[in-house]
Every structure is written in structure tokens, then in C-alpha cells.
Write a new protein. Structure first.
Length: 147
């Protein structure tokens, strides 16, 4: 039996819509990352980009479990001396919940040029409206706890 190796030219990409209402952030991010990398397909090949497009809606309704909303911090450095910045997730969720979802999914993708290409197929929106109706995206229900 031969091992099948996917070719970049033969990959067919589909569009999926994921409703993030009531989903824990980590569960949502890990399952969206699997779709972006193509691990849900039978033709998955680690060195070929076999993933699909994902549209995440209702990112304002994502849930952080435990006391992460009060205690968890997002940190980054500006590149200047003393330029360490820190913002709480309560502020991030109130102002830019779409960036929180992108950051969580990006952390679960490979840290290579392949991962940077895969994150470009993720589209996150705060509400239920999105401009991708022309692509006829399929509704996907992810496994996870909904409150």
C-alpha cells in the first residue's frame, strides 16, 4: 500500500462558518486550528497546506473559564527600551474580542511559513453578520461546552 502525499495543486478548499456563542476560547481555537491546517481531511499532509477557510462569528460571546477574565494578561514588547506592554483580557474582550480569537488560534498553528499562510484564511467577526455569503460557507458545530 502506498502512502498518499497531497499536492498543493490538488487541494480543494471549502468555507466553514463557526458560531462562537458560549464556546470556551481554548476549545474553539484548537478546533478551528485543526480545520485551518487540514487535519480534519483524509488527505492531510504535514508539509502541504491542505486547510480550509474558516469564518468565526459572534466572537463577543466567547467564554473564558475560571478567573481568566480577571487574571490573564496579554503581553507584548514594542521593541523600545522599557516597552513591555500589558493589557488584561477583560479589557481586550470588551474592546477587541476578534483579536483575542485570532491570537488564540495563531498560537495553535505551526510557527513556520506554513502557519503564517494558514492564519490568513481565518476571518473573525464580532457579530453574526459577515461578508462571505457568496462563498456558500457550511455551518460547523464544534465539540465543546456551551453555556
Amino acid at each position: 500500500m502506498k502512502t498518499y502525499m497531497a499536492n498543493a495543486k490538488t487541494v480543494e478548499r471549502k468555507w466553514y462558518v463557526v458560531d462562537a456563542t458560549g464556546m470556551p476560547l481554548g476549545r474553539l481555537a484548537s478546533q478551528v486550528a485543526d480545520i485551518l491546517t487540514g487535519k480534519n481531511k483524509t488527505i492531510f499532509t504535514p508539509h502541504v497546506d491542505t486547510g480550509d477557510f474558516v469564518v468565526v462569528i459572534n466572537s463577543d460571546k466567547v467564554v473564558l473559564t475560571g478567573k481568566k477574565l480577571e487574571h490573564k494578561k496579554a503581553r507584548w514588547h514594542t521593541g523600545y527600551i522599557g516597552g513591555l506592554k500589558e493589557v488584561g483580557y477583560d479589557t481586550l474582550m470588551a474592546n477587541s474580542s476578534d483579536k483575542v480569537v485570532v491570537k488564540a488560534v495563531k498560537g495553535m498553528l505551526p510557527k513556520t511559513s506554513l502557519g503564517r499562510k494558514q492564519i490568513t484564511r481565518l476571518h473573525v467577526y464580532k457579530t453574526a453578520e459577515h461578508p462571505h455569503q457568496a462563498q456558500n460557507p457550511e455551518e460547523v458545530t464544534l465539540k465543546g461546552v456551551r453555556e
